[in-house]
Design a protein around this ligand. Structure first.
Ligand SMILES: Nc1ncnc2c1ncn2[C@@H]1O[C@H](COP(=O)(O)OP(=O)(O)O[C@H]2O[C@H](CO)[C@@H](O)[C@H](O)[C@H]2O)[C@@H](O)[C@H]1O
Length: 488
């Protein structure tokens, strides 16, 4: 089973969020399950510099949207997965964030940049010249950046028909990001004007990349079963709910996994002391390390809650901001690592200034610090309004930092609330709340505090959380089954 896995980010080469973690971990897991997966990545400087043994394959590509000359290079990721880099300097040779310019705004040509990625992926279906030695059976695109792949196959048979048509899969990691552009872009994107209709690429008067993918892909997946259901509703579907409901027979939710080579407190090089379910002692040192890193009062008995997140509205962190004064009044501490919405950044900065002994805030992106936070906190907060899967709550389980989450998407599917029934039979792994309100968040913080004040029961819950298996082998099997359904 040859799978071309087209994605706009992959850890550790380029990462802005969870998509990068999945793109790094799922392909090796699929390869271990018997597939032959190769990545296709935009040739950002970090990708060209980070892939080893990079060499040119195939002919020059001269028909990409928005770019007249590009090369395909093949190399290996640090995890050993083969990866094609689409070397199109006019589109990708820019430093920093893959989507945003130095002014913090989207690059104005993002539509062309990611249409080109999809175009190159679709080209593998037709052109033996792309890589004479390797033709994919499946084209698997991720998020809006790769969502035009199935649209190109369907709408441009003049360019993209080959001896056999590969199956197409589109995975939605977050439906909130859709890639919508004005209809005047159709020609530049290589889409026929006849496709600008509701049963095509049109989406509320615009060209919708994600919409087009949802319409044309053979299979649609998203990253948790609950989110697969939620995106068919008006509350979460962001306008695509009708289309997705009409395609529910080919839509499924496969929960993401965790790469335990990277996220495991018994061998994490970033944390102050190693620990495991059998010996939790090191976690106290990690907590002390975290308190001093954020200049907080060194109180071993203070319940320390933490957030590591992009600061966007859908992550629900305004609720944390509003609940924090009460949490501090209860004796709690809080550390926050994140960046994003300027108002949210300012709010957290202000909170830390008001409570310097109890609240520490770091605005920015810091991978090693995120490990120290996972290890050093007691409670890990993910109060998202919507959360397709969420990875940090699963990392927190492994680090014995009990997740406190809103019951939505993958948070609902991965955390078992410490309600009386679950607490009695020992199955609880964290805390959930339902309504996106400060009152509900505070109520579950209070429940967490009550459990925290019973160290034996708290530690039993930690141990249970730490031994849950959210590795990638199960999800990889589910993707394999899906692929098999597409290959005759
Ligand atoms: N300031 C910071 N410093 C360091 N590290 C930071 C950071 N901010 C975030 N991170 C890291 O980025 C990743 C975030 O992953 P998530 O799954 O929580 O969210 P994201 O919304 O980006 O991903 C989308 O895609 C993923 C993958 O499918 C889904 O799980 C998710 O629900 C969906 O919204 C984690 O590895 C986290 O540690």
């Amino acid at each position: 089973m040859r799978v071309l896995y087209a994605t706009s980010e992959c850890y550790p080469l380029v990462k802005t969020g969870g998509l990068a973690d999945v793109s790094a971990a799922l392909p090796p897991a699929l390869n271990a399950a018997g597939a032959d997966v190769r990545l296709l990545l935009p040739g950002y400087p970090a990708v060209l510099n980070g892939l080893s043994n990079l060499h040119e394959v195939g002919d020059l590509i001269t028909d990409l949207p928005g770019c007249d000359r590009a090369r395909l290079l093949l190399g290996r990721t640090p995890d050993g997965v083969l990866a094609y880099a689409l070397d199109a300097p006019s589109l990708y040779n820019r430093p920093g964030n893959p989507y945003l310019g130095p002014d913090g705004q989207d690059w104005p040509d993002n539509a062309q940049r990611f249409a080109a990625l999809a175009w190159a992926a679709a080209g593998f279906a037709a052109h033996a010249s792309y890589d004479p030695w390797w033709r994919p059976d499946i084209l698997h695109g991720h998020d809006w950046q790769a969502a035009l792949i199935p649209a190109y196959l369907a709408l441009r048979p003049d360019r993209f028909s080959g001896p056999t048509r590969p199956g197409t899969v589109l995975t939605i990691h977050n439906i909130a990001y859709q890639g919508n552009v004005g209809p005047w872009m159709l020609g530049e994107l290589g889409l026929p004007s006849s496709s600008f209709r509701v049963d095509g690429v049109e989406y509320y008067g615009k060209v919708g990349f994600l919409k087009a993918g949802c319409y044309y892909a053979d299979r649609l997946t998203t990253v948790s079963p609950t989110y697969a259901h939620e995106i068919q509703t008006a509350e979460h579907g962001t306008g695509l709910q009708g289309l997705l409901a009409s395609r529910s027979a080919v839509l499924s939710g496969i929960l993401n996994g965790v790469d335990y080579d990277i996220w495991d407190p018994s061998r994490d090089p970033h944390i102050a002391a190693r620990y495991s379910p059998d010996d939790l002692g090191g976690k106290d040192s990690c907590k002390a390390d975290l308190q001093s890193a954020f200049g907080l009062e060194r109180r071993p008995d203070a319940p320390l809650a933490a957030v590591v997140s992009r600061l966007t509205w859908h992550k629900g962190l305004d609720l944390v901001l509003d609940a924090a004064p009460q949490w501090v009044a209860w004796g709690g501490q809080l550390v926050v690592l994140g960046s994003g919405d300027p108002a949210s950044e300012a709010g957290f900065r202000q909170l830390a200034q008001t409570h310097p002994q109890s609240v520490g805030v770091r605005i920015g992106y810091d991978e090693p610090l995120s490990h120290r936070i996972q290890a050093g906190c007691d409670l890990f907060l993910v109060p998202s309004r919507s959360e397709p899967c969420g990875l940090t709550q699963m990392y927190a389980l492994k680090y014995g930092s009990l997740p406190l989450v809103r019951r939505t998407g993958g948070l609902a599917d991965s955390i078992i609330d410490a309600n009386p029934a679950a607490a009695n039979d020992g199955s609880a792994t964290g805390f959930q709340f339902v309504g996106a309100s400060v009152q509900e968040l505070l109520w579950s913080l209070r429940r967490a505090l009550t459990l925290y004040r019973k160290p034996d029961r708290w530690q039993a819950t930690q141990r249970h959380a730490m031994t849950r298996d959210f590795g990638w082998s199960g999800p990889a099997e589910e993707y394999m089954e899906l692929y098999r359904g597409l290959v005759p």
